[in-house]
Design a protein around this ligand. Structure first.
Ligand code: FAD
Length: 496
């Protein structure tokens, strides 16, 4: 799949995107509408293994970001585009609405400021409500006043990134996995030559750096980074599915003054269960996604102040994600905008730094912004006449009415063979996940596509059956376990 340029010395690709998170995937997808040769490189065995895998999954309406900022514009445009794209690609979006809670009169001015900011950002569906109205909407939620947002929704960020990347590939774009960019040079034609850790080379006219927490490091391969990316970890815990009966809306506090995040909130998830978090802690290593006992304890304490009735529910999973902030914890700065600019000294290289929240919501709008501002002026973008949003999501047996389940069993008996009992995931779903257009094969890749292992047992019972199925599909389970590029173990064997 990799290419170092053709004989005439032209770059093999017009555009190379570094980073297969939600931003890189959105850009790859948007570019697949045009007849332009594009490749996306990611260092992991699958897309969406960075920040996109571990966040709150909230589609923000756009009232939390300062008026006039790039974040505000791309957030407000992004939420509409995200919802429309998710419909086309069969990715779940669940309208949950949001309450930002003021616990007493001292916090009320903050809600008024948010309402004004939201109005100026042209966010629809905002209103201030009192404690009686809060209780009428969500009986379990405490608080004296709240800002109610009708537009807020939750989604599965990693499934959206996968869906966009898969659809882009079906429309002719290319993805290189296990491709860590380690050096960038210039070829004779002036094209950029991208070198990966495993010795592959890719040449491209334009390079888009969407490497998340590593975006400053990637920029540093060519020049002094314009900004330093400071990692801030956010820890989470997920409560068992029954907790969803207590609260159905996203419930946020007035954020802390540190500028570290939006505060510990309570969020219903698309898969069921209530998410508590995130914390906001400045850390040294951008890839340190550990969980700590003290923070997990603090999350429960703060979340239960908003919704005390959640206290009896058990935690079934903990995880953490890392924000790529453009200021450190000691800095007096409390807000920095997205940095999305073409390099002054390396024309054709566009760097995206500090794509923190609301980066998930804004991703489709970020993609369009990059194309309009930086790619279109340098690349002829003729329409891809065969382009279509064509993606049949893997049916989730568990959520289908019985009649449809029976029809699937009749079509393919593998739908009756349940491998993950907590999430009711069948062998047929797992087989579809293994045979994905990106060629990503790992337990993680299957989990992200089917929800297998995500239930109450958290893989204690289903890991064995899943591994057996990967083997049965002809893949090298040892390579899968080590996250290495996988090859069908029967590839090359002569068959009749
Ligand atoms: C705790 C937390 C909560 C959040 N909550 C929300 C929310 O509710 N709503 C919202 O809108 N936003 C939220 N965000 C922000 C949102 O998650 C991010 O803005 C978004 O996921 C960033 O996506 P990305 O594609 O820029 O980065 P990533 O998803 O990290 O993608 C970057 C990719 O680059 C790859 N990469 C890095 N270096 C290299 C290299 N050298 N070679 C090849 N590949 C490389 C990585 O493997 C990675 O896959 C939250 C973020 C955090 C951390």
């Amino acid at each position: 799949m990799s290419a170092a340029g053709n004989k005439a010395g032209d770059p093999a690709y017009s555009i190379a995107i570094v980073g297969g998170g939600i931003v890189g995937a959105a850009l790859l997808h948007e570019l697949s509408r045009y007849r332009v040769r594009t490749v996306l490189l990611d260092k992991h065995h699958d897309v969406a293994e960075g920040i996109t895998k571990a966040n709150s999954g909230v589609l923000h309406a756009g009232f939390m970001v300062p008026r006039g900022s790039l974040k505000a514009r791309l957030n407000v445009e992004g939420i509409r585009q995200y919802k429309a794209l998710a419909r086309d690609l069969g990715v779940p979006v669940q309208s949950c609405r949001k309450l930002v809670i003021a616990k007493d009169d001292t916090e009320l001015p903050y809600l008024r400021r948010l309402l004004d900011q939201g109005t100026e950002n042209r966010v629809p569906g905002l209103s201030l409500i009192n404690h009686r109205q809060i209780r009428a909407l969500q009986p379990a939620v405490t608080g004296k006043y709240a800002l109610l947002s009708e537009e807020t929704a939750v989604t599965l960020p990693y499934q959206m990134a996968i869906a966009m990347a898969e659809n882009a590939v079906l429309n002719g774009a290319e993805v290189m996995l296990n491709a860590e960019l380690t050096a960038i040079g210039r070829g004779a034609s002036g094209a950029y030559l991208l070198h990966t850790a495993d010795g592959r080379r890719v040449s491209a006219k334009l390079v888009i750096n969407a490497a998340g927490v590593k975006a400053d490091e990637v920029m540093g391969l060519l020049e002094t980074p314009a900004e330093t990316v400071y990692p801030w970890r956010g820890e989470y815990q997920l409560l068992e599915e029954a907790s969803t009966e207590v609260v159905t809306m996203a419930v946020y506090p007035v954020p802390p003054q540190s500028g570290g995040g939006l505060g510990v909130h309570v969020t219903p998830t698309v898969n069921g269960g209530i998410l508590l978090g995130p914390s906001a802690e400045s850390i040294a290593d951008p890839e340190d996604t550990a969980n700590t006992a003290e923070v997990l304890e603090a999350l429960r304490r703060e979340a239960f102040e908003l919704v005390p009735a959640l206290a009896p529910f058990q935690t079934i999973k903990t995880y953490s994600g890392v924000r790529p902030k453009l200021f450190g914890s000691g800095s007096p700065v409390r807000f920095k905008d997205f940095y999305i600019r073409e390099s002054g000294s390396r024309p054709g290289v566009v760097n995206l730094l500090g794509i923190e929240s609301p980066g998930l919501t804004a991703a489709p709008a970020i993609a369009r912004h990059v194309i309009e501002e930086f790619i279109a002026p340098q690349c002829e973008l003729l329409p891809n006449k065969t382009w279509q949003v064509r993606r049949d999501p893997i049916p989730r047996l568990r959520h289908l009415p019985q009649e449809q389940q029976r029809r699937l069993w009749a079509q393919d008996p593998a739908y009756g063979d349940i491998l993950c009992h907590c999430e009711q995931v069948s062998r047929a779903e797992v087989v579809q996940a293994v045979n994905n257009p990106l060629g990503a094969v790992s337990i993680h890749a299957i989990r992200k596509r089917t929800h297998a292992t995500l239930g109450r047992c958290q893989s204690s019972f289903c890991l064995g059956p899943l591994s057996r199925e990967i083997l049965r599909q002809g893949y090298d389970i040892g390579a899968v376990a080590r996250g290495l590029p996988v090859h069908p173990i029967f590839e090359g064997m002569e068959t009749e």
